[in-house]
Design a protein around this ligand. Structure first.
Ligand code: CA
Length: 217
C-alpha cells in the first residue's frame, strides 16, 4: 500500500482515479487545485503524486517544484506535447496523456512505485506471508500449496483489504466475466483459503454481500 496524492481539478476524473487506486490497495488523498496540493505536501509525506498540469491556483509544474522529490506521474492533455518534455525534464517520473484508460494509470502507478521501491512485494498477516513476486503463500515460513485461483482470490482480498467485496465482483476479478460457474465457486474457494491459511477470523463474511479481509493497519 502506498500513500498517493491525486491532484486533479476535474471532480469526476479525480474521483475515478481515487476509486481505482483504492481498489488496487492504495490510500489516496485528493486535492482539486494547486494551492491545496502544496498545502498537503507541506503537511504530509506521500509515496506518489498523480498530478494534472492545468490546475487552478498553481499549475502542475509549480506544484512539482514544491514536491521535494516525491515520485510524480503527470497527467497532460493530448495537445500539450511540449508539456510532457517539460514535465520529464522537471523530474516527473512518468506522464499519461488524457484521455487514458484506468488500467493504464494503475499499471504506471505500480511501475513507478516499483522503481521507487514503494510497491508492495509481500504482505504479512499473523503467521501468513504472501509473496506477490513469486506468487507463493507461507504459513510460519512454510510454503502452502494453493491453486492458481486460490492464490488470485487471496491476492485480490489482500489488495482490497478492509473493503467489502461482493461475490459477483470477486467472481469477475478472479475468474473473469466469461466464467460460467455461479458465485458458489467463490464461497468454496473462500472456505479453502480460510482453512489452509488459518484466516477463519480475518476473512469476514459480509451479510448478503460477500467477503472482506479484515486487517488493522
Ligand atoms: Ca485540469
Amino acid at each position: 500500500m502506498a500513500k498517493i496524492l491525486i491532484v486533479e481539478d476535474e471532480l469526476s476524473i479525480n474521483e475515478l482515479i481515487r476509486r481505482n487506486l483504492n481498489l488496487t490497495g492504495h490510500r489516496c488523498t485528493q486535492a482539486f487545485d494547486g494551492l491545496e496540493a502544496v498545502d498537503l505536501l507541506e503537511k504530509e509525506k506521500f509515496d506518489l503524486i498523480v498530478l494534472d498540469i492545468m490546475l487552478p491556483g498553481l499549475n502542475g509544474y509549480q506544484v512539482l517544484e514544491r514536491a521535494s522529490g516525491t515520485p510524480t506521474i503527470f497527467l497532460t492533455a493530448k495537445s500539450e506535447l511540449s508539456d510532457k518534455l517539460k514535465g520529464l525534464s522537471l523530474g516527473a517520473d512518468d506522464y499519461l496523456t488524457k484521455p487514458f484508460q484506468m488500467l493504464e494509470l494503475t499499471a504506471r502507478v505500480e511501475a513507478v512505485l516499483r522503481r521507487t521501491k514503494k510497491a508492495e512485494s509481500e504482505f504479512t498477516l499473523g503467521a501468513m506471508r504472501c509473496d506477490f513476486e513469486s506468487r507463493q503463500v507461507f504459513l510460519d515460513e512454510r510454503a502452502v500449496v494453493c491453486t492458481p485461483k486460490e492464490y488470485e482470490l487471496l491476492e485480490v482480498l489482500i489488495r482490497n483489504r478492509n473493503i467489502a467485496l461482493s461475490r459477483e465482483k470477486l467472481l469477475d476479478m478472479v475468474w473473469g466475466y466469461d466464467f460460467d460457474g455461479g458465485t458458489r465457486t467463490v464461497d468454496v474457494h473462500i472456505q479453502r483459503l480460510r482453512h489452509k491459511l488459518h484466516l477463519e477470523d480475518a476473512i469476514k463474511t459480509v451479510y448478503k454481500l460477500g467477503y472482506r479481509l479484515e486487517v488493522s493497519e
